[in-house]
Design a protein around this ligand. Structure first.
Ligand SMILES: *Cc1c(COP(=O)(O)O)cnc(C)c1O
Ligand code: SF4
Length: 394
């Protein structure tokens, strides 16, 4: 099985949580911990916040300048800590979430707000209105665990940037007064870090005040960072407010655990579409075998790979970036080799707010003389029929 789902740690067993402090300090405590035995809120309280704390459970933890945390916080859920390889610095989970010293060496071309989202925020709200019919509504600046390559690290995790009630209200008012908007995507930060009550407030305000919104979606990485966030209560909210799509953010097959697959199954029963967006990251998922495994792993859980992004040029992101040539090669390695519905659209979100642009290899080309040349998925080049005349010209 090329995309076998990894078994959970066989040593995982119930443990008397009351005997433990909030953070699982030793490897033994971590391995004995069963995340499904307690609420997601409790699990969040057990997040690791420093490299010092991680030293109790991982080997070869880098010595870093603690000013990293001021720049962009560190949080690691105990569930993700269990997925991290104890010894391997190249573990794809460690690479995504362990802050590293190089983050502080910002390159001159890197930009804090590389997508110019602040520029497109409307009327004192956190609604980003860039495309004609749809908006991105940033409802919180907190996340379960902070991905080091985050495009919004300029405000995500920063307490002084928290989204306040007035901004939310301005956002509802903006939606209310713009009937041309028929699609609203809740994001952040991570909307599922809000309590069910806070989330219900937002969903109900949108549904009551902006009935012209036909398509309501939530983007969240919490199902990957802490699958127990998907509860029957959350599913009831998604059903009640007819959230038509939940987009998760899986980057590696290692993140598709039995617990994740199980909770996704629960979420699918609500009838919502489930999509995935990945970010192409050097050293994490920039090889064809890994991407094939990831994409087939997603469809096997009933998740449609939606977007695959190139890593944005936010400050400190250079360590993850790939060349366009490499990205095109990765796409070529998917199309035709794995199931069609498992192939995501590759996109670059243009620096300066150009919006998303698809990265599409040139499989079919028409030359000036009208001849059509096509490259098969295996890379063979063929001359095809002239489309207009329906004949194969000499
Ligand atoms: C990505 C994005 C959307 C949603 O785009 P889709 O291609 O419809 O998924 C909307 N607004 C902004 C600002 C975005 O970045
Ligand atoms: S979950 Fe999304 S918003 Fe949060 S840190 Fe990761 S990339 Fe950034």
């Amino acid at each position: 099985m090329p995309f076998a789902i990894e078994a959970t740690n066989p040593r995982t067993r119930a443990v008397d949580l009351n005997r433990l402090g909030k953070i699982l300090r030793t490897r033994e405590e971590l391995e004995a911990y069963d995340v499904a035995s307690e609420s997601w809120q409790k699990a969040l309280q057990r997040r690791y916040k420093t490299h010092q704390e991680m030293k109790g459970i991982l080997n070869h933890v880098e010595e870093v300048d603690t000013s990293i945390y001021d720049h962009f916080d560190m949080r690691v859920t105990p569930y993700l800590a269990q997925l991290m390889d104890r010894d391997d610095l190249n573990c794809p989970i460690r690479k995504q979430y362990m802050p590293f010293q190089g983050e502080l060496n910002v390159r001159e071309y890197e930009i804090a707000d590389s997508l110019a989202e602040d520029h497109d925020m409307r009327d004192g709200s956190t609604v980003v209105h860039r495309y004609p019919n749809r908006v991105l509504f940033l409802v919180t600046t907190n996340c379960g665990t902070y991905c080091r390559y985050c495009t919004r690290k300029r405000f995500v995790s920063h307490r002084e940037s928290a989204v306040n009630k007035q901004q939310l209200e301005s956002g509802f008012r903006y939606l209310e007064s713009h009937p041309e908007i028929d699609d609203c995507l809740l994001s952040g930060g991570d909307p599922l870090l809000l309590s069910d009550r806070q989330l219900e407030d937002i969903l109900s305000q949108i549904r009551i005040r902006a009935p012209h919104i036909k398509f309501l979606r939530i983007g969240s990485r919490l199902p990957v960072q802490l699958p127990t966030r998907i509860t029957p209560e959350l599913c009831a909210l998604i059903e009640r407010y007819e959230v038509q799509m939940v987009n998760v953010h899986v980057n590696h097959l290692k993140e598709i655990t039995p617990l994740f697959a199980d909770r996704i199954k629960m979420l699918r029963k609500t009838g919502t579409m489930i999509g995935n967006q990945s970010v192409l990251l050097k050293g994490v998922n920039d090889d064809i075998a890994t991407l094939r495994g990831l994409c087939m792993g997603l469809v096997s859980c009933g998740i449609r790979p939606y977007y695959c992004y190139s890593c944005d040029v936010a400050e400190g992101n250079h360590a993850y970036q790939l060349t366009l040539e490499r990205i095109l090669k990765l796409y070529h390695g998917l199309r035709g080799f794995i199931s069609g519905p498992a192939v995501p659209t590759f996109v670059i979100d243009g620096t300066g707010g150009l919006g998303k642009m698809p990265i599409i290899p040139n499989y079919v080309r028409e030359l000036a003389n009208g001849a059509v040349w096509a490259t098969s998925f295996e890379g063979k080049v063929h001359r095809m029929m002239n489309l207009e005349k329906g004949i194969l010209e000499p």
